[in-house]
Design a protein around this ligand. Sequence first.
Ligand code: ADP
Ligand code: MG
Length: 265
Amino acid sequence: MISAVELNGVSQVYVNRKGTFTALKDIDLTIRPGEFVTLIGPSGCGKTTLLSLISGLLPPTSGTIRILGEEIRKPTAKVGYMLQQDYLFPWRTIDENASIGLELLGRLNEHTRSSVLALLDEMGLSDQVDRYPHQLSGGMRQRVALVRTLAPEPDILLLDEPFSALDYQTKLQLEDLVAQTLKARKKTAVLVTHDISEAIAMSDRIIVLRPNPGRVLAEVEVPEAIRRALPLKAREEHGFHELFHYLWGLFEQMDKRGGNKSGAE
Ligand code: ADP
Ligand code: MG
């Protein structure tokens, strides 16, 4: 079977006026089609860098990155990228914002437009289509951003802390909605979060990164019972707390080693 995402010996060195900085070193990573993988680790350990590499926006300093078997050199419609900030255009309606990816790809037509409207409806946004972003709550705007990301039908979704700016209840609701939506469509997902509970509740597998330079510290498969449950219920499943404490322990070790002074952010 072809991997959805495959990284071999990937390193990323940033160069600026202050010198060079190795953000990621020798990353090997294979993600199966339909798998939900979460990257966690302290601030600055290279999570966003890793997503930018997978998205094709950032060419790696060394190593290779394959998306569905093909080496990636620039962004492709096979990969959708959703960020913490929704970046909706204030002068465009919700409907126009949700369609922008398709528009940029030259794929906006009657058929794709009606699928955008159907997605907005599925996300509980059918009453909002003619409104503007400022008229919507943070949770609603993130749902619009999700529709915009899904509209071009990417096989792989990259999600960079998409819930972290939301209040707790909205965040839990959105976790369930995103998990359900991606699973139903058999999407492959790579989520970045600094929230250990969210990582366990949402994913099939968790990859812990450590900083300076960013490397893989540990990898855990989430127990089947937790995976089967939607994120909110998953938190009550057997094994959840054990896994939480294990991951918490890894963060504490990293703190003690002085890799991160700002805590598990
Ligand atoms: P994370 O998302 O895990 O917080 P990032 O991938 O954003 O980490 O950053 C990893 C490291 O690389 C950090 O130390 C950051 O300061 C550095 N970094 C990120 N982008 C750049 C850049 N464009 N130039 C120089 N250093 C960068
Ligand atoms: Mg980041």
